[in-house]
Design a protein. Sequence first.
Length: 201
Amino acid sequence: MRILAFTDIHGSLQALNRVKQKVKSQNPDLLVCAGDISLFERGITALMKNLDKLGKKIMMIHGNHESAVTLNNLSKLFKNIIFIHKTYFTENDLLFLGYGGGGFSIADRAFDRTAITRFKNIIKNNKSKKIILVTHAPPYKTRLDSLVGGHCGNKSIRHFVEKNKVNLLICGHLHENFGKEDNIGRTKIINPGPYGIMIKI
C-alpha cells in the first residue's frame, strides 16, 4: 500500500497545493495527516473541505493548533476524512492507531491510559495486520525530536513503540525536523512535513 503522509500544514495554501499535486502525480492509496492542519483553527472547515475533495481516504488526528472536539465534529461532515484520535481504522492488512494533540510533554499519562485500555485490545484483535501509529508528538530520543538543547520528544510514545510491534510511526510537531526519518528498533519513524512524503508499506 502507498501512503502519502503529511503534517503541520498550518493553513498554508502552498503546502496544500503540494499535497494535491502529489495525489495527482503519485496516486497514493490513502493519506495520513499527523495534525496541525490549521493555525489555531482559522479556516479549518475550508481546509478540510479541500482535503476531502482529493477523493482519497485521509486518516487524521489533531495537533496542538486544533482541538479533538473540533476535528471530530468536522470529520463527520466529510466522507473521506476519518478522525482516529484514541481509536483505530483498518484498511486491507494495515491497522492505523491515532493519538493527537500535545507535543510539549516528556511523558503523557493520557496516552499511557489509552495504550492500556484501548490500543492493547485493538492490537490483540488485529494480530495479522501491520501497525501504523500516528501521533502529533515525536517519540523521545530520535532524530525527530532532537533540537539544539537535546531531545524533547515523548517517552510514553517511545515506550509503546518498544513494547509493541509497530511497523511505522508517523508524527510531526517539530518544524525543525520536517522530512527526517529514523528507527526505533525495527520501527520506521517519519516526520513527513507539510509537503508530504510517499511511504510504501
